[in-house]
Design a protein around this ligand. Structure first.
Ligand SMILES: Nc1ncnc2c1ncn2[C@@H]1O[C@H](COP(=O)(O)OP(=O)(O)OP(=O)(O)O)[C@@H](O)[C@H]1O
Length: 691
């Protein structure tokens, strides 16, 4: 029986065919898998660069290009006859000598650029790789046939131009060397291309089938027609994973907790989904997949349904946010659903508290002190508060002032208690105390009496408050694979700057660097919005955006200035209409603004002409992705929102944090765009927009 592996291009190519041709092609592929008498057979192509290449006639004027070794057929493209033959002639296929992954080489294109590189090399003695010897290049898996070409490269711009022509496993280490990096650093970049570690085994460059098993982003085996149908029906991310994504999601077992950070669109959510799927298939016990909000939970659960089609494994995974978990635990313990305090009532209480403190501290100051110092450290008595550190708070408070602040805050907590109401953070704190009673010492190694979950997988982790972390920590016993956490501190939209280690969560840290969502132009622009600087949170110390890159070119963000709000809204509506006319589905378009009032205006301006287009606040875009995104009202005085900034006179550090958070919010919103980003303002531009 032949064994068939496919590249991600195969589902894409099939989808590009006319329906009847696609149907015939899929039927032919099924026959090929069953090896029936009517199955297509490999036909040689003349003048190929790789003798293993053949085509399978799949339908009228339509062929699959396959690379054949022993009983294995690697289908790399499905194209009309002439294009299929041309593809077969232009490409060659290899196994990376250092890490053993399969590589597709556009050999003809590389031959074509050679004369231009030679000409530019003749005019200068500069050589980009002069400092690296052939032995080191070969040791890094660089293909021997490529080395003469590399010796002609004079600048890193030359090398960048080659990126689309080279396999990523070749380009990644070369890029590091081209930037002046050491061989050791280039090795690290190469290692990031390793999905299945070799563990000391030697690479056999002649063994393509073995290499395919190590290349989950370029080859997936479809053992039977049912597996083929499934691979063609689900989104590509269900089937193909990039090397680091695969390694993190498919590792048999991690000793303890794992933290994966990475920029926007690097696949953190997908890795979280695959990890949950892997754990559900492998072991027993329940798994909680934590999402940022219940709204996002529905989207994540739908993705999980696509990924995990085995009912037993799917049933083991619960998707929900921390608030829902806290609510359920408290409701079960108290025998009725807990009551939450409404925003206006809470605002009144903080106003009263401020007056109690003699108006020395504003309601906002007291609220932040409560959430970021008292609840964050779970301080239960004034004595604990008097001796507590107050990280991130720049206004010093002496004992007398602290006592006054405590009294003011007690006014709020006392009133809430009397009314039988709680805030969401109080609910989380309460739930972790309740769980702690059942599961043993919250942060210690005591064996739990109950095991709420065997594993917890956390998405969008950058915005969880310490009280919520304590709850999650209490909800899963310490052990292998207890917590698998993904997040991006640069996208933080709340005031939760907490390093996991300070909460007793010791996690081994990993990073994803390549954005598979963003076009290069959007990524570069968004990074300028973010300011690029390091941020704290999740990890110990700071995280920066160094190495964060995209591989796909696209369109530059369009930034438009208008002279009035009305003109700006009309411009936005015209863009959305044009996008819809381009054939972009409405649910692939989002329009967002900083304030609820602007959201209302956008809805009115779009009217019934754009049903299905997502219209929301910037916050509402969190965790989502659209082909086209329009951000409106990115003007001075709107972004950052003045009422979200602490007055500098009250607390300059808090103000700086607020500014960073507002930047993170705009950055997060910009990075939802997989294809095009449109940003507009009337009047003066937001200070966050790059000049
Ligand atoms: N293995 C893959 N195959 C196909 N597409 C992928 C893959 N990995 C990532 N992508 C693309 O990148 C997008 C971003 O993935 P995902 O939402 O998991 O990223 P993220 O890091 O969680 O993003 P963010 O932090 O910005 O919300 C996906 O929707 C998909 O379009």
């Amino acid at each position: 029986m032949p064994r068939l592996a496919i590249t991600p291009e195969v589902p894409r190519d099939l989808d590009a065919l006319a329906q009847p041709v696609r149907r015939d092609a899929v039927i032919a592929m099924r026959r090929f898998l069953r090896n029936t008498t009517s199955a297509p057979h490999p036909e040689r192509v003349r003048n190929t660069r790789d003798p293993r290449v053949a085509t399978l006639r799949l339908a009228d004027h339509c062929r699959g290009v396959v690379v054949r070794q022993r009983d294995v057929y690697w289908m790399v493209a499905v194209l009309p006859d002439a294009e299929a033959w041309s593809y077969a002639q232009r490409h060659r296929f290899a196994v990376n000598a250092a890490i053993g992954v399969a590589e597709v080489w556009n050999a003809e294109a590389l031959e074509r650029v050679e004369p231009a590189l030679r000409r530019s090399a003749e005019s200068t003695g500069e050589r980009l790789f002069a400092h690296v010897c052939d032995t080191d290049l070969l040791g890094l898996g660089v293909d021997a046939q490529l080395i003469p070409l590399l010796r002609l490269i004079t600048t890193d711009a030359n090398l960048d131009a080659l990126e689309p022509l080279l396999p990523e496993s070749q380009f990644a280490p070369l890029w590091v060397l081209g930037q002046g990096g050491s061989v050791a650093e280039a090795w690290r970049a190469l290692d990031a291309q390793t999905a299945v570690p070799l563990n000391g085994a030697a690479v056999d460059v002649a063994d393509l089938p073995a290499a395919l098993e190590r290349t989950p982003d370029r080859a997936v085996f479809v053992p039977d027609p049912a597996a083929l149908d499934r691979a063609l029906a689900v989104p590509l991310w269900c089937t193909f994973l990039y090397p680091t994504q695969y390694r993190l999601s498919h590792q048999d077992e991690f000793e303890g907790s794992v933290l994966v950070t990475g920029g926007a669109g690097t696949g953190k959510t997908l890795v979280a989904l695959h990890r949950a799927a892997h754990l559900a298939r492998a072991g027993d016990g329940r798994i909680l997949l934590v999402t940022f909000s219940q709204g996002v939970a529905a989207e994540v659960a739908a993705k999980l349904d696509l990924l995990v089609q085995e009912a037993r494994a799917r049933e083991r995974i619960e998707v929900g946010n921390v608030e829902r978990l806290a609510h359920r635990i408290v409701a079960e313990a108290e025998g009725r659903p807990p009551l939450l305090v409404g925003g206006p009532d809470l605002a009144t209480l903080w106003q009263e508290a401020s007056e109690i403190s003699g108006d020395l501290h504003s309601p906002a100051f007291l609220l932040r002190e409560w959430e970021q110092v008292i609840l964050a450290q779970n301080l239960c008595t004034v004595q604990e508060y008097l001796s507590a550190r107050r990280p991130g708070r720049s206004v010093e408070l002496d004992d007398e002032e602290r006592t006054a602040v405590w009294k003011a805050i007690e006014h709020v907590t006392g009133r809430l208690r009397a009314a039988g109401r709680r805030t969401l953070l109080q609910l989380a704190a309460e739930a972790s105390m309740l769980l702690g009673r059942d599961t043993g010492d919250l942060l210690g190694d005591d064996a739990p009496r109950v095991e709420p979950y065997r594993h917890i997988v956390v998405d969008e982790a950058q915005d969880l408050h310490p009280a919520q972390w304590r709850l999650l920590r209490a909800a899963v016993p310490p052990g292998p694979d207890d917590l698998f956490i993904v997040g991006d501190p640069h996208q933080r939209v709340f005031d939760t700057r907490v390093a996991l280690s300070t909460l007793g969560i010791k996690a081994e840290s990993h990073r994803l660097s390549i954005s598979h969502r963003l076009p290069q132009e959007v990524l570069t622009w968004a990074v300028r919005v973010r300011g690029g600087g390091p941020v704290d949170g999740l990890v110990d110390g700071v995280t920066d955006l160094v190495g964060f890159r995209a591989t796909r070119p696209g369109h530059r963000p369009e930034v438009r200035e208008y002279t009035s709000d009305a003109a700006e809204l009309a411009g936005m509506a015209a863009h959305v209409t044009a996008w819809l006319e381009d054939g972009v589905p409405a649910d692939e378009i989002a329009v967002a603004a900083r304030t609820a009032e602007m959201v209302r205006q956008i809805k009115a301006a779009l009217g019934p002409a754009a049903p299905g287009v997502r219209v929301s606040t910037l916050h509402g875009l969190k965790g989502l992705e659209f082909r086209r995104v329009a951000l409106i009202g990115v003007a001075d005085g709107v972004v950052p929102a003045p009422d979200a900034l602490t007055p500098a006179a009250e607390d300059p550090t808090a103000r700086a944090h607020d500014q960073q958070r507002e930047r993170g919010l705009l950055y997060m919103a910009c990075t939802r765009a997989a294809e095009r980003l449109y940003v507009s303002y009337s009047g003066r531009a937001s200070p966050f927009l790059p000049p």
